[in-house]
Design a protein around this ligand. Structure first.
Ligand SMILES: [Zn+2]
Length: 160
């Protein structure tokens, strides 16, 4: 399942990427281009724009009326059945990030040594595998950037 988010949904796009979903997002994009990309790449349009969804021939889309990015995330993952898995203890299980939250690019595994200079020392000592975005160079490791997301998801799904 692939998405394209309109320019008002930057935070939602970031969270979806952290969950591993292919989500395009451009801070500035013309409606016509957004619609064309959605059509050509078979992407579901996520939008806050009531005007946009009235365009004739718009393909699959979801209008998000709530202004809060976490409520938006909740609506998307429940509507499309993308809820995260739960561990035996009923906690949310998030697999390691596979996609850059900034670029939507897939992450590449890198040798541990290469990450040494670029991540906090405690992270280097406690983590065994590291990945990096080939586009922006951002480093990722198990659990990185997901803590806040996991907490918020627990709250949204009323697990806490
Ligand atoms: Zn990146």
């Amino acid at each position: 399942m692939k998405f394209i988010a309109d320019s008002m949904l930057g935070r939602l796009a970031k969270w979806l990427r952290l969950l591993g979903f292919d989500t395009l997002y451009y801070p500035h994009i013309e409606d016509s281009l957004l619609l064309r990309i959605a059509r050509e790449q078979h992407r579901i349009i996520l939008t806050r724009d009531t005007r946009l969804v009235k365009v004739r021939g718009i393909r699959e889309h979801m209008l998000l009326e709530d202004n809060d990015p976490f409520n938006q995330l909740h609506k998307v993952i429940t509507s499309y059945d993308l809820l995260p898995q739960l561990t035996e203890k009923g906690k949310i299980f998030l697999p390691p990030s596979v996609r850059c939250s900034l670029c939507n690019e897939l992450l590449k595994e890198i040798p541990r040594e290469k990450a040494k200079q670029h991540v906090p020392e405690y992270v280097y000592t406690s983590c065994s595998s590291f990945t990096q975005c080939v586009t922006c160079g951002k480093y990722y490791w198990t659990g990185s950037h997901q803590h806040n997301l996991r907490n918020k998801l627990s709250e949204l799904l009323k697990l806490t």
